[in-house]
Each structure stands twice: as C-alpha cells, then as structure tokens.
Design a protein around this ligand. Structure first.
Ligand code: HEC
Length: 405
C-alpha cells in the first residue's frame, strides 16, 4: 500500500509539467484553448508564447495581461507546450531583476549566460564586472567587521563600487533602457543596506527620478505582455498601437523593437492582400474567388485590418456562397440527391459550431476526403457527437457539388 502511494507520488512529481517553473517562457505546439476557472477563456494559436506562473500535474498556468493591466492565470495542457531558451536580452532583464531582489548568485549566473549571446555580449560585459565588483567589495567589508583599520579602506572601496552602479544606471537611462536602469539602481541600494545596515553615511545618491521611471518601466512591461498576446492572436493593428505606447514609455525596450521589426513584413503583406482583394472583386466570378482568397489570407495574417474587415463585410454574400451556400432550390438542383431538411441541419451545425474559433474556409480548399479528415480532427474541439459530425459531412458533400459547378 505504502509502495503504491510512493509510486504514485513519484509519477506525479515526474509528470508535473515536465520540470517547468515560474518565469519560464513556453510556446504552444499547436492551437489550443486557454481555460480559466473551468471555462473557455480564449483561443491561442500555435507558436504563441506565454510566461509560466505555476504548474500542476497536467497543466501549466500562464500569465495573461488584461486590457486594464490586471493579470490572470489561465491554464493550458502541459503536453502542448515547449519551453523556449531565453535569449541574451531576457537573461539580462532577469539578471537585473535578480540583482534587485538580492538573489546575487542568480544575477551572476544570468549576466554570465547573457554574455554568450553575441548581440548582448557588450552589455553583459559592462554589467557583470560592475555588479560582481560591488558584491565582492561588500563581502570583503563584511568580513572585516573585527578589523576597524582595514574596514575603513574597504568601506571606501565598497562606496566606490556603489557609485559605479549608480553611474551605470544613469547611463542605461540615457540610452532608454529604463527598466534595466531602475533595477540596477534599486539593487545597489539594497546591497548597500545589506552591507552597511544603519550606517548610511557616504552612500552615493541615485541619479534617477525613480518614481517617474518606475512607472514608465511598468507601462513598457505591460505593453510587452499585451503586444505579445495581440501578435499571437494576429491582431497586428492592436499590437502596433501597444508597441508604440510601450516605446514611448521606454525607447530602449528591446522586445518592443523586435516585435516592431517582425510586424512590419506581415503588415505590408496584409496591406498588399487588401489591395489585391479590393481590385479583383469586380473582375467577374474568377476575380471574386481570387479576391476572397486574398481576403482570407490577409485576415489570417492581420485579423484587425480595418480595410480587410470592411471588404469582408461587403463581400459577405459572395463569401457565404463559397464557404457555406444556403440550402435552397438552386442548391438542391445541383446537390445530386439528399434531403433538404437534413442538409440544412448539417449547414446550421457547420456555420454555428465551426465558427466559434475561426472563420470558415473556402469549400474548394480541399476535397471530400480532406474535409472528412479536418472535420474529424475538429470534432472534439467543436464538441460534436458522431451524428452531428455525419450531418455536417453530408452537407459538405452536397455543397462541394454546388460550389464545384
Ligand atoms: C475550439 C476552437 C475550434 C473549433 C470549435 C473549431 N476549430 Fe478549426 N481550428 C482551430 C484551431 C486552433 C486551428 C489552427 C490549427 C490547429 O491548431 O490545428 C484550426 C484549424 C482549422 C482548419 C485549418 C486546418 C489546416 O490544416 O490548416 C480548418 C479547415 C478548420 N479548423 C475547420 C474546422 C471545422 C470544419 C470545425 C467544425 C467541425 C472547426 N474547425 C471547429 C480551432 C477550432
């Protein structure tokens, strides 16, 4: 009995979300639904990135930032995420946070690892020795408590390293690296308090307006979190606005700069697809198909593009004709058999249940067997029973004849 319990516990520990811990960044292996309090919270796309808050046996709970800045922790199945190796910038940010929180070994480790990233090597090479220098000088001073003569010199040395950190923070601020500047400056203060205690004489003053800068760093951090979410949802217009807002608060926030670069190409492509869709729609039936497919590609890339959305609305009737034609007399004439009431039921299920998470695709995007596979694969997500699935397939089979005409 005891052994069984042990085995279960051992298994449990092993299964506990594959060694993921708080602060890890994970990426979705395929599209999935974020759950919050037992309810569907939001769709998340393949490749979308999240920061882990906690884990349990089968789930990871990730940070999700709402529009008002509040953070909730919806969950995802652990088997569907993989951990991402942090880049040098992430290590530097995490290292500065560790320094601020007096986790000095972590700070050293993270700054050292950041040095392996070619792009961040210069910054890591500037930060590590200065932080390291202050920590070493602090340790020396503490070890000399019983030796006042030598302690006086050591104290001078320590205060110099603190001044260097204050200056470094001021420099980081002038290059727009605000969060980093504040973390290093706060870290220096905490270190001074830890080493000198009440003996605060001679501690160099900060050169930063920390109330203002701290608030700006928070704004930028929020913008990073929300822009990442918006990009994951392909809301690129929303993401762009968040990036602009974040960069205004913290011009040197590298995540935002990187997002901006990544977005530029996709937004240009969406704009191009919009122009294509707009110009092709008046060029006969073939043009309409071309236009609809450009619209679909464009919206998949950038779901909140105003022009694409507007065009999509204008072309709703043509869209419906290509994705989910109504079951009427014209339909039945081309459908090659079937019962119109049953077909209509299949259509209703199809247009209602398969649009919970995304738009319908063009029927001619795949053949019957392709649809059979897709509907089979999506049935669980749509919560369809076998009978409902068959009804949808009967409708799609008939509609393929209608669209194919
Ligand atoms: C709960 C959300 C959800 C529901 C409901 C849903 N899908 Fe999907 N569907 C997705 C996601 C997410 C993807 C993205 C690809 C993936 O992750 O597999 C997707 C992708 C697709 C694709 C593209 C597949 C490919 O291979 O490119 C098609 C077609 C599709 N779904 C059809 C359907 C149909 C038909 C239904 C109804 C039976 C349906 N979906 C219901 C979430 C859903």
């Amino acid at each position: 009995m005891k052994r069984t319990l042990f085995l279960v516990l051992a298994l449990a520990a092993h299964c506990s979300a594959a060694g993921l811990t708080r602060g890890d960044v994970v990426k979705l292996k395929r599209g999935d639904t974020l759950m919050l309090g037992g309810k569907k919270f939001q769709q998340a796309a393949k490749g979308q990135e999240f920061t882990v808050v906690k884990t349990d046996l089968a789930n990871v709970f990730v940070a999700y930032t709402n529009g008002d800045g509040s953070v909730v922790a919806p969950s995802l199945p652990a088997e569907n995420v993989e951990v991402i190796t942090p880049d040098g910038w992430a290590d530097i940010m995490a290292g500065a946070d560790a320094f601020r929180e007096q986790r000095w070994d972590d700070a050293r480790r993270l700054f050292t690892r950041a040095g392996a990233d070619a792009q961040q090597k210069p910054l890591a090479a500037a930060l590590l020795p200065r932080v390291q220098g202050a920590l070493t000088a602090g340790n020396l001073l503490r070890s000399l408590a019983a030796d006042p003569a030598r302690a006086a010199t050591a104290q001078k040395g320590f205060l110099t390293t603190l001044q260097t950190l204050r200056d470094t923070a001021a420099q980081l601020n002038t290059t727009g690296r605000i969060a980093l500047a504040v973390a290093i400056d706060d870290g220096a203060e905490k270190l001074a308090a830890a080493v000198l205690g009440a003996n605060t004489a001679g501690i160099p003053a900060t050169k930063l307006d920390k109330a203002t800068l701290g608030a700006r760093a928070v704004t930028a951090q929020r913008a990073v979190a929300r822009a990442r979410q918006s990009i994951g949802q392909h809301k690129l217009i929303e993401a762009s606005a968040l990036i602009d807002e974040g960069l205004k608060a913290e011009p040197g926030r590298l995540e935002l700069v990187a997002f901006q670069t990544k977005l530029k190409k996709d937004m240009e492509e969406a704009e191009y697809l919009y122009k294509t869709a707009d110009s092709m729609r008046t060029r006969g039936p073939k043009g309409v198909i071309h236009s609809l497919s450009a619209l679909e590609d464009g919206l998949r890339l950038c779901s909140d593009h105003a022009g694409l959305r507007d065009l999509r609305k204008q072309m709703q009737a043509q869209y419906e004709e290509r994705t989910s034609p109504l079951v009427n007399a014209a339909f039945m004439a081309k459908a090659k058999g079937g019962n119109d009431k049953a077909l209509n039921e299949g259509r209703e299920l199809y247009v209602n249940r398969c649009t919970e998470c995304h738009d319908l695709e063009m029927l001619d995007s795949r053949g019957f067997s392709g649809w059979e596979k897709t509907v089979g694969g999506m049935a669980r997500r749509a919560g369809l029973d076998g009978g409902e699935q068959s009804k949808i397939m009967a409708y799609i089979a008939a509609a393929l004849n209608v669209v194919g005409e």
